[in-house]
Ligand binder design. Structure first.
Ligand SMILES: [Fe+2]
Ligand SMILES: [Fe+2]
Length: 194
């Protein structure tokens, strides 16, 4: 009978490796992901979160009409959560010995979702829902790509993905409620739902 493989295969070489390249901090020799690609992906996600923060902020300040106030509160909450996501991602980039890219010049080109201002309340909500749905699809792909090669980044992206799904659900419910209340752009809701 073969002896079962020990859980940590060779502690001596792991100890030795840990002393080499100390300047790499949390990035150890056992990091098996393609770091350059992970950093690129994370900088795109960072740009996406910054653009989402800006869009929700704009929507928060510009939400008007009878239902504007309550919807604005939701926009503000989302803006804060998108900012937290941006912070988490930037922190992870630094931990991986990369540089978080906050350059405003290339921001929208790197972002998965667009910065859309929206004409009225329903228009804004629709733009937000589209952006959330884009983030959901791209983040899901990132999670799949990371797999077991970088579990820490994968778990972070999984938790952000879960939050974006909540956001999409929130926005979708708001569109539905406004549609029932006969907000001016209710026809858009119909086309969106149809
Ligand atoms: Fe986010
Ligand atoms: Fe979101």
């Amino acid at each position: 009978m073969a002896t079962p493989k020990p859980f940590i295969s060779d502690i001596e070489s792991i100890r030795k490796r840990a002393r080499e390249h100390m300047e790499r901090g949390a990035v150890t020799g056992g990091y098996s992901a393609d770091r350059e690609t992970v950093l690129k992906i994370l900088n795109e996600a960072l740009a996406t979160e910054i653009v989402c923060t800006l869009r929700y902020k704009r929507h928060y300040f510009c939400a008007s009409g009878i239902h504007g106030k309550s919807v604005a509160q939701e926009f503000l909450e989302h803006a804060k959560e998108e900012e937290q996501h941006a912070d988490q991602i930037a922190e992870r980039i630094v931990q991986l010995r990369g540089k978080p890219d906050f350059s405003p010049q290339s921001l929208s080109a790197r972002s998965h979702s667009e910065y859309a201002e929206g004409e009225d309340l329903v228009d804004m909500l629709e733009e937000d829902l589209v952006a959330e749905r884009i983030a959901i699809d791209t983040y899901r792909e990132i999670v799949q790509y990371l797999g077991n090669a970088d579990p820490t980044t994968r778990r972070m992206m999984e938790s952000i993905l879960a939050k974006e799904e909540e956001h999409a659900e929130d926005i979708s419910s708001l569109i539905e409620e406004l549609g029932k209340k006969g907000e001016p752009a209710a026809k858009n809701v119909k086309s969106l739902r149809g």
